[in-house]
Write a protein that binds this ligand. Structure first.
Ligand code: FAD
Ligand code: NAP
Length: 335
């Protein structure tokens, strides 16, 4: 167990927020978890679970132990027309997607180029271009800090929903995901119903999983800032889900406002459209701002503090509430 003290977290979060952890440990094997957590408990250190830091905002220094999940490994169990994967939480998500495509294992292609670790993917049920992790997740293995034992949770136990899961509620800060089990197909089926994808696919060529992946990677590259150049955490706000009556009231004032029906009868609005209409797209304040090509993405080019970024985000949410009567929630986890 190699616990370091006073570690700079700037390179461990894609917003490049300068914050320090009182204690930090990199975990490469699940067997190390028990001893580390016993030590943290004895020292009364709060524990923060960290993957790639692409959905995390540090509002200040962390006075506890940052547990950096770096468990590697991809095990594959093929069957007739599918493959069952057991993947270490520390594997890079995008590299996993590319590896699976190269092997002829399909189902992840719409989720290409999402930064971060495999272990964090179930936490917010990552989704993009009409596909969510939920469509391939079989189970999650990990360490339950409250029970002090390893557990395997079925996909149903993970209660995945729109950018949400049990890991943001009952098991928040309690369950350390060590491995993720996925079932992929060896049949090259594609999902290209998402409008921006359908429009971008070249005409006259039957879409293959490789073509879908390449096309999505291309759109993402053109619309989203690379955190290595312009620090960001992807979408900063969740798409708000409202009652149909609220959508009707808004449509009477803003007839062009986009909205999509959800399975539960409510309606998903586009947070990016609301931020844009409130006049914030491309805005800058101090060293932080809203990306000029994507109003949902807050950027931190001057590597400012989390406090400054959150103050800026607060001004945006205040304006959106005043103009539309809709409360925007922050999507990344704020510590
Ligand atoms: P972290 O930021 O390290 O952690 C996020 C949360 O998960 C924290 O609460 C952390 O405690 C918890 N966590 C992390 N690992 C574990 C673990 N092993 N066990 C238990 N809890 C854990 N998201 C999408 O859904 N769709 C997108 O299309 C998308 N595009 C993005 C584009 C860009 C440019 C960026 C910067 C981000 C994007 N994101 C997107 C957000 C982000 O990439 C995902 O949420 C990703 O899954 C976060 O992974 P991470 O390892 O970086 O998580
Ligand atoms: P976009 O295609 O410009 O669309 C804007 C918003 O409209 C998206 O949030 C999307 O919701 C919604 N939308 C569009 N068509 C839809 C449809 N037919 N049915 C339901 N909802 C629809 O979005 P974008 O910003 O370029 O992002 C493209 C995809 O990548 C989206 O799926 C987005 O979620 C994902 N992405 C996520 C992050 C993140 O950090 N979470 C960052 C970048 C991109 P959904 O978001 O629900 O799909």
């Amino acid at each position: 167990m190699d616990i370091l003290d006073g570690v700079d977290l700037q390179r461990f979060n894609t917003l490049a927020i300068p914050a320090r952890a009182d204690h930090y440990v990199r975990v490469e094997h699940p067997d190390e978890l028990q001893a580390i957590l016993q030590h943290a408990q004895a020292q009364q250190w709060p524990v923060l679970i960290l993957g790639g830091g692409s959905n995390t905002v540090f509002s200040g220094d962390f006075h506890g132990l940052v547990l950096h999940l770096a468990i590697a490994g991809i095990e594959a169990q093929p069957s007739e027309d599918s493959v069952l994967l057991r993947v270490g939480a520390g594997e890079n998500w995008d590299q996993l997607v590319r590896h699976c495509l190269a092997q002829g294992w399909y189902g992840l292609e719409n989720l290409i180029a999402i930064p971060g670790s495999v272990g964090a993917a179930p936490v917010q049920n990552i989704g993009a271009y009409g596909v969510e992790l939920a469509s391939v997740l079989v189970a999650v293995e990990g360490w339950d800090m409250e029970r002090g034992e390893t557990r395997t949770l079925s996909a149903e136990d993970c209660r995945l929903s729109y950018r949400d899961s049990v890991f943001k509620h009952a098991l928040k800060d309690r369950f350390i995901i060590s491995h993720v089990h996925l079932r992929l197909t060896t049949r090259p089926e594609v999902n290209c119903g998402y409008p921006a994808l359908a429009e971008a696919l070249p005409e006259g060529r039957a879409p293959t999983p490789q073509l879908v992946a390449e096309t999505i990677a291309g759109i993402r590259h053109s619309k989203l800032p690379d955190p290595a150049d312009i620090p960001n955490a992807g979408s900063f706000f969740k798409n708000p889900i409202v009652e149909q009556s609220k959508q009707a009231e808004l449509l009477s004032r803003f007839p062009k406002m986009p909205g999509w029906p959800m399975a539960d009868g409510r309606v998903k609005l586009a947070a990016g459209w609301l931020v844009d209409q409130a006049g914030w797209k491309g805005a800058r304040a101090g060293g932080v701002g809203v990306y000029e090509r994507q109003a949902l993405v807050l950027i931190n080019p001057e590597r400012c503090s989390g406090e400054e970024l959150l103050r800026f985000a607060g001004r945006i949410t205040d304006d959106v509430r005043a103009k539309f009567g809709v409360s925007l929630e922050i999507e990344p986890r704020v510590y």
